[in-house]
Write a protein that binds this ligand. Structure first.
Ligand SMILES: NC(=O)C1=CN([C@@H]2O[C@H](COP(=O)(O)OP(=O)(O)OC[C@H]3O[C@@H](n4cnc5c(N)ncnc54)[C@H](O)[C@@H]3O)[C@@H](O)[C@H]2O)C=CC1
Ligand SMILES: O=C(O)[C@@H]1CCC=N1
Length: 274
């Protein structure tokens, strides 16, 4: 990819994506990241050998792709201050901010922009991310490919054709690393109650999660079948799964994901002001 890419914001998500891009062969000199403080930029420049800037407009004036990676609460100020530069340069804009719709980002940037909205997740930090992407009508097929390439540097990419579906993406992948971390916490606690040392329990639970996810990814069998394959009739797993079913774990998960998607919708209204 020969495009010049500018990241507005150089925090966790931006540095994860930049690291992935460099690993996938993008020339570090083609990447610029911005942040208000030199001290933060020093770290990322030394580590990744990219260009850095404290002036967002100077960085955006070079960009073919402009990735907006600041917190949603400051996005309005950041976008409005970039609007003149963006009008002149006309880059592909990719926003990774949670809860801000493409039309709002476009409006804050002055209108008529090609905007891709992306919902990534934190496993992007280790190259195992899952991102949902939505493009507004101004995004060309070539620009879609650029956005796909960019986010595939840190994981898998799934496009949605209706923006509202990004709320479902938030529920199933954006927020979902936390569900699995909760499961790991609970399993470790329970194993300690059964007598195992905490560090042993943690290692076993983490490896099991990794193994189960890898099997689910590599097998041609669906998760229900893989689950059934662990459950010997009259055996131990059957007892555990029956307990989870009786306790309505599926309903709990469905309700939690509904609450997550609902909050994504509400955040969008709060942040965009409509
Ligand atoms: N952490 C997560 O699980 C997910 C985060 N996101 C989104 O990613 C975005 C970034 O999140 P993180 O990287 O976790 O945050 P972070 O706090 O690590 O990074 C934010 C960056 O913005 C910089 N910044 C602050 N003011 C700025 C300004 N005026 N101009 C330029 N840069 C400025 C900060 O110095 C920092 O480098 C957020 O919009 C968040 O909603 C999306 C999905 C998942
Ligand atoms: O909890 C949040 O609001 C953000 C969005 C997805 C993950 N973290």
């Amino acid at each position: 990819m020969t495009n010049k890419i500018t990241f507005i914001g150089a925090g966790n998500m931006a540095s994860a994506i930049i690291g992935g891009l460099i690993d996938s062969g993008v020339t570090p000199a083609d990447i610029t990241a911005t942040a208000p403080r030199e001290s933060e930029l020093d770290t990322i420049r030394t580590r990744l050998n990219i260009q850095t800037q404290t002036d967002n407009n100077a960085a955006a004036s070079q960009a073919d792709v402009l990735v907006l990676a600041v917190k949603p609460q400051i996005m309005r100020d950041v976008c409005e201050a970039l609007s003149d530069t963006v009008k002149q340069r006309n880059p592909l804009v990719i926003s990774i901010a949670a809860g801000l719709d493409a039309a709002t980002i476009d409006q804050w940037l002055g209108g008529d922009n090609a905007v891709v909205r992306c919902m990534p997740n934190t496993p992007s930090l280790v190259g195992r991310g899952a991102s949902g992407l939505y493009a507004n009508a101004r995004v060309s097929d070539a620009q879609r490919d650029v956005a796909t390439h960019l986010m595939e540097a840190v994981g898998i990419v799934e496009w949605v054709e209706e923006e509202a579906l990004l709320d479902a993406v938030t529920a199933v992948s954006g927020s979902a690393p936390a569900y699995f971390f909760l499961m790991l916490e609970a399993m470790e606690d329970a194993a300690v109650k059964l007598g195992l040392p905490a560090d042993t329990a943690r290692r076993l639970a983490i490896q099991t999660a990794l193994g189960a996810a890898t099997m689910a990814q590599q097998s041609d069998k669906d998760p229900a079948t893989l689950k059934q394959n662990v459950m010997s009739p009259g055996g131990t797993t059957e007892q555990a799964i029956q307990h989870m079913e009786d306790a309505q774990l599926r309903t709990t998960i469905a309700d939690a994901m509904q609450a997550c998607a609902k909050r994504a919708q509400a955040m969008s209204k709060e942040l965009s002001g409509h």
